[in-house]
Design a protein around this ligand. Structure first.
Ligand SMILES: [Zn+2]
Length: 123
């Protein structure tokens, strides 16, 4: 499991503990995290490029190593990723992902009216 005391994830210990509490399984494939094999290991997932520089609770999650590796280079390109062989094989799509991912996508698409999280940031 993620050890929030190890500061190698680029996020604060506080944020790390918060998302650990929320994401108990992979946010994409719903896999249970394990130390072995490596592909089942929990990893910090930055949902998009801005979240790397500015990690916030609504755009940082925890996913398994295989999902994270598969998402590399497709950060904002969700449709391409959902259409990939990786997702098709594992039956991952916009409806099967964790609520956190659905909420994130709604926010990004501007579908959350008077969104307190994004509005605060944009002011
Ligand atoms: Zn996964």
């Amino acid at each position: 499991m993620i050890d929030c005391k190890k500061k190698k994830y680029g996020i604060s210990e506080e944020l790390c503990e918060k998302i650990k509490e929320r994401d108990k399984r992979c946010i994409y494939c719903d896999k249970e995290f394990k130390e072995y094999p490596y592909s089942d290991k929990a990893t910090i997932e930055h949902m998009d490029t801005p979240s790397v520089k500015n990690p916030e609770e609504w755009r940082v999650g925890i996913c398994c190593h295989s999902c994270n590796a598969s998402r590399k280079g497709k950060n904002e390109d969700w449709d391409t990723w959902f259409e990939s062989d990786f997702c098709k094989k594992r039956k991952i799509n916009k409806d099967t992902v964790a609520q956190f991912v659905k909420d994130y996508r709604k926010r990004i698409q501007g579908e959350v009216k008077n969104d307190p999280v994004r509005n605060v940031r944009q002011e």
